[in-house]
Write a protein that binds this ligand. Sequence first.
Ligand code: SF4
Length: 267
Amino acid sequence: MQKSTRQPAARAKTSVAKAATAQKAPAKVKTNAKTKVVGKAIKPKTAKLKPGQPKPWTKAEVHEAFSRFRKANPEPKGELEHLNPYTLLVAVVLSAQATDAGVNKATRALFPIADTPQKMIDLGEETVRDYIKTIGLYRTKAKNVIALSEKLIRDFGGVVPRTRAELESLPGAGRKTANVVLNMAFGEHTMAVDTHVFRVGNRTGLAPGKTVLDVELELERVIPAEFMLHAHHWLILHGRYTCLARKPRCEVCLINDLCRWPEKTVA
Ligand code: SF4
């Protein structure tokens, strides 16, 4: 994992409304298709390329791709609305197998009255369940939200812990939750891999991997530290608004000249 530089982070989002205006891919982007980016290939994990496997990206190409993401969107934001690290943690737990928009719809009413573990416990599981009943798996999630709030109070003084092991010990929280919280609340250089990041990593050839963990570790390996604070959001937004699952918008893609996908719709 990349070493943390503890840069200032979105530690306490002050406004739900601000988060709601999270950045989307620009409607029109200038591609750099004519700029030939060359350089030494990043050493692949395995010595030999399998037949049909695209050539690994070079360091210069990776740097170029993330420079373009940074230029287009210097301060990318996550789209899960939250008020502080605790509500971020709860939002991420609620977002498993649900969309950010669906979670936001439910938490807009919940978070203003329950923005600390104690307030959530005071509300009670049944009431929490009512607030989040539009989200899939809401019964289990309500149970987890109460249980994680109790554990935060019992074991961590009511404060969201800052280590992966401690975060993963919370009910309902797994590796992805820990990665998102470490990155967004504490500025750690973690890479949370969701469905969008997994697709972009594989499709572009930037970080091919069979599992979410493979892609996460490969992205951490190839992305320069200077981009790691925001890399997770750039890749999510790229997958969500440009490199769409069914109909990727290759013609307006910022990195279409670098992408290794044989089926991309631009040369
Ligand atoms: S060129 Fe197409 S497939 Fe490749 S990253 Fe861009 S949108 Fe995705």
